[in-house]
Design a protein around this ligand. Sequence first.
Ligand code: DX5
Ligand code: ZN
Length: 217
Amino acid sequence: MEISPSILSADFGNLLSDIRKVETEKPEYLHIDIMDGHFVPNITIGPLVLNALKDKTGIPFDVHLMIEEPDKYIKEFVDAGAKNITVHQEACVHLNRTLQLIKSMGVNASVALNPATSLDTLRYVLSSVDMVLIMTVNPGFGGQVFIDGMYEKIRELASIRNEKELNFKIEVDGGINIDNIKDVVLAGADVIVAGSFIFANGDPGENLKKLREAALK
Ligand code: DX5
Ligand code: ZN
């Protein structure tokens, strides 16, 4: 299991200092949520901020694009230090092309599904993705409650991966905390995004440690 702390719930006035607090616990990724106010009803940050951080931390950037027309911005995010780029199936008319574009830039290509979107929509791209992100809340905001129906979706995806002998990772994002992380991992998730649990209350490093412990219990 790998953890990708989401800086969406960090203190943006002291972003680097919050990142330093999780660095001590060696997270596998740093999850960065990019929102455009169109695909989701919220606006966050762009490549400028990633560029400012990329030489200051060694944690690989896991960039979650919740934007329309992502193709236009992929190169900028790669140049800004992204190691994984996730696009939403719902935002990509030519999903295969978009995934190829990401891969052609030498970074991992990942696709996300909103809670209401069926796994069937990925049937013909599964063999060419490095990761699938199952949204366990409706995207747009941190601090929402995990949608219980998503356990079944994670299990189904894990079983498809097994049947087809594929090896993409399964990432989950939204509402993960110490009470549900173990169940999410048992359902088949490999990469766990957590925002508010890590950054909203208490020490981010300690919270990350608690999450890892809860997953192993
Ligand atoms: C929501 C974002 C998430 C968010 C998760 O649209 O994609 O990455 O930061 O936050 P929590 O863990 O608070 O649900
Ligand atoms: Zn996210």
